[in-house]
Structure formats: structure tokens, C-alpha cells
Design a binder for this molecule. Structure first.
Ligand SMILES: *Cc1c(COP(=O)(O)O)cnc(C)c1O
Length: 232
């Protein structure tokens, strides 16, 4: 049952909070529903989830009209500039901003729709070739540039940690991202806050919570394994 999976993940988040003296209310669970049908999202919604994560614009658009309107949609995947216009007024937050050009496009489309879009800067902490995101050194400069845009708000940082067998191996990655967010917050950049740290997935979300995650993005532990062969 998906509701039991959801409860189990929530319980594990609570326990990780206890271990690290954190208030579970500080941690938002994003149910990552990519490749999953709307019926499964509805089931998880009925069990109480309100935050859903998708990594494709098309999938958000396909699902959006078939599910309750109080869902908070999170764009967590690589975003092409020509697709920004379709989701800019539909998503709660864009987690995957990794260039000024993308932020400028979001700003431009947000202005047209008269909205302000909360965004996170994606950081490739481990500097893996296969991943999107900035290196730790590049983030502050980008935050400063984006802060000049009127309809985009930098709210924090996001990372996709390496795939590892033992989640402890990612503790240092999460710690580095937390430290960077503290350093940037101390600079008091206009229009920039570091209130959100989006880190931790099925394999390592407990370690991420212990290291300060305020959003965890969990797919497999809630919805089960994804079957990409059946897609489309
Ligand atoms: C798919 C995905 C997740 C969820 O991954 P699981 O291992 O299934 O929990 C989290 N974040 C991003 C950016 C993803 O693409």
C-alpha cells in the first residue's frame, strides 16, 4: 500500500530529526512521482501528501489537470528554457536552476504571468560529469546575479548526491551544501534567502535530514521502482 510507504518514510524522517535535534516540521517531504500514473499520485494525495516532484515539463502538464488543485508541484529535473513558459505559473518551486540564462528566462515568463517564482540553485557538490549543477565555488556569484531579477526568488540550494551503496558516503556532500548555504546566508544578499536545502533521496534521505535538509525528494520508497521501459 502506498499509504503505508508514505507513513514509513514520514516516520523515518521523524526519527532522523530526533537523532539530530530537529523539529520534523522543518522538513518537507516531496513525493517524487515521475513516470507514475495519476491514480498512484491520487492515492498518495489521499494519504496526505501535498508536495509532488516531477522532472519533466510534459509530465507536470499531463498530470496537472487530473489531480487536486491544492497540490504543490516541484520541478526537480533539468529544465530547458523553451519549456519554462508552460510551468512557470503551475509550480511551487523550481529546484534545478543552474545558469543565469535559465533564471532570466524564468524571470521573463514569470513577468508575463504576473507571478514570482521561488527557485533553488542546483549544486553538483561531488562534481560528477554526469550531473547538472554548479560547482560549490560558482554558486555565490550566480545567486548575486539572480538577485537582480525581479520575478525570481532564490530560496536556497539543491543537490543530487552521487549514487552510493552506503548513504554515509554522502554525509560529507550534504554537509558541504549546508555549509555553503550558511556562508551565502551570511552575505545578506538582497532578495536571496537560504531557507531551503533540497537534498536526500530514497537511498540517503535520513543522512540528508541529519545534515540539515529542509526538503527531501523521495520517489522509490513511496511509489516503488520506476519502469522506464514502459514509458510512452
Ligand atoms: C528521481 C529523482 C528523485 C527521487 O529518486 P528516488 O531514488 O526514487 O527517491 C529525487 N531527486 C531528483 C532530482 C530525481 O530526479
Amino acid at each position: 500500500m502506498l499509504s503505508e510507504n508514505l507513513r514509513d518514510v514520514e516516520k523515518r524522517i521523524e526519527e532522523a530529526c530526533k537523532r539530530s535535534n530537529r523539529d520534523p516540521k522543518e522538513v518537507t517531504l516531496i513525493a517524487v512521482s515521475k513516470t507514475k500514473p495519476v491514480e498512484m499520485l491520487q492515492e498518495v494525495y489521499d494519504a496526505g501528501a501535498r508536495n509532488f516532484g516531477e522532472n519533466k515539463v510534459q509530465e507536470i502538464m499531463d498530470k496537472y489537470d487530473h489531480l487536486p488543485q491544492d497540490i504543490h508541484w516541484h520541478m526537480i529535473g533539468h529544465l530547458q528554457r523553451n519549456k519554462v513558459k508552460y510551468i512557470v505559473d503551475k509550480v511551487q518551486m523550481i529546484h534545478s536552476v543552474d545558469s543565469l540564462r535559465l533564471a532570466e528566462t524564468i524571470d521573463k515568463e514569470a513577468k508575463k504571468k504576473n507571478v514570482t517564482v521561488p527557485i533553488l540553485i542546483e549544486v553538483n557538490v561531488a562534481e560528477e560529469d554526469s550531473k547538472f549543477g554548479l560547482s560549490l565555488e560558482e554558486v555565490t556569484a550566480l545567486a548575486e546575479e539572480i538577485s537582480k531579477l525581479s520575478n525570481v526568488r532564490v530560496c536556497g540550494l539543491m543537490t543530487v548526491a552521487p549514487f552510493v551503496e552506503d548513504p554515509e558516503e554522502n554525509r560529507e556532500v550534504f554537509r558541504s551544501l549546508k555549509k555553503l548555504s550558511v556562508d551565502i546566508a551570511a552575505k545578506n544578499i538582497n532578495n536571496v534567502t537560504m531557507s531551503v536545502l533540497s537534498m536526500g533521496m530514497t537511498n540517503d534521505f535520513e543522512v540528508a535530514v541529519e545534515e540539515g535538509a529542509t526538503m527531501v525528494r523521495v520517489g522509490t520508497a513511496i511509489f516503488g521502482a520506476r519502469d522506464y521501459s514502459r514509458k510512452d
